[in-house]
Write a protein that binds this ligand. Structure first.
Ligand code: SF4
Length: 317
């Protein structure tokens, strides 16, 4: 199925653009070639766009890890004020892009999202900094999903990040297409098990918000729901939480499944629990029963199809 592409920011060098200090790129095939099928990237290279040229002298963060300076390594030119002014303008420009996330290049003093080296007067470095652009972006868009290319090699982190991105896109689609109380109730209902896989308490809090719309300004409820939803989705969906959701779903088939089918479903959920099969296995079996027994509530659940199956995100978690 051809879905409209999701807009996402990305560090330019990850797409293969030769904008690094040494005139090279840092192409990430997964980002460009796999995610690129579903994502329209908005590339950003802070150092190149600031006009520092390619190739250029390397730079580093120095001083206070909370408030570091950006300084060229050999000539010691302090670029902090120039870069911060540029960052302020660039993140303002990005506000109109409707981004659903950002993938940053790790370790960079401009683009690194976390654990960037900050050099001390002693010459030693502490890995406690953030690239100046990454920090400006995250401060301006605190609810947007963000990740680094290296961390995306971890299947659980990757799945969690992409799930946030697709859920945010569906949230925005709902606001665009049916931004009223009924739209919110439907959205919440269809994301019940997806939210529960991240946070049962988060799901319940969101449920209270949806149940209590009378006398509340709808715009304020949308803002609160969006904020709480993104915070809940950031919590990793662990195996234990997934098993809880799978068992809830299995409960829908109490009457329809034969004793043998019930046993098979329980065996497969157990195998997933023990790490013998990936999540896609019990999910596929439940999807099979949803179709076979025509279970409309579960069919509406995005937990069973949160992102395109071609991304194979549940094949390794
Ligand atoms: S890490 Fe950031 S600043 Fe460096 S080349 Fe890549 S996009 Fe540009």
């Amino acid at each position: 199925m051809d879905l409209p592409k999701i807009k996402m920011g990305v560090s330019s060098c990850l797409l293969g653009e030769k904008v690094r200090y040494d005139g090279q790129a840092k192409l990430d095939h997964y980002v460009r070639d796999t995610l690129g099928h579903y994502v329209e990237f908005v590339p950003v290279c802070p150092e190149f766009e600031l006009g520092l040229g390619v190739p250029r002298e390397t730079m580093r963060l120095v001083g206070d890890p909370e408030n570091p300076r950006l300084v060229t390594t050999k000539t010691k030119v302090d670029l902090t004020e120039r870069m911060l002014a540029w960052c302020g303008q660039r993140v303002s420009d990005l506000e109109g892009e409707g981004l659903c996330g950002f993938i940053f290049k790790s370790k960079s003093p401009s683009s690194g999202m976390e654990r960037v080296k900050v050099y001390q007067a002693s010459g030693m470095a502490v890995k406690k900094g953030r690239g100046l652009f990454a920090k400006a972006f995250m401060d301006r868009f605190p609810l947007l999903p963000v990740e680094e290319e290296g961390r995306l090699n971890d299947p659980a982190i990757r799945e969690n990040f992409i799930e946030q991105v697709f859920t945010l896109q569906r949230w925005r689609d709902m606001l665009r297409n049916q931004g009223d109380a009924a739209g919110l109730v439907k959205f919440h209902s269809e994301h019940k098990y997806l939210l529960m896989a991240h946070s049962v308490s988060g799901y319940r809090e969101l449920g209270r918000l949806v149940a209590d719309l009378k006398g509340v300004k709808l715009a304020a409820a949308f803002v609160a729901y969006h904020e709480q939803m993104m915070k809940a989705l950031r919590l990793q969906a662990t195996v234990k939480k997934q098993v809880n959701v799978l068992q809830h779903m299995a409960g829908y088939f109490k009457r329809q499944l034969s004793a043998d089918e019930k046993q098979e479903l329980q065996e497969i959920i157990g195998q997933y629990h023990q790490g013998l099969v990936p999540l896609i296995v019990p999910i596929t079996l439940i999807n099979h029963y949803v179709r076979k027994y025509d279970e409309p509530y579960l069919a509406s659940q995005f937990y069973l199809h949160p992102h395109p199956i071609e991304l194979q995100l549940r094949n390794r978690v």
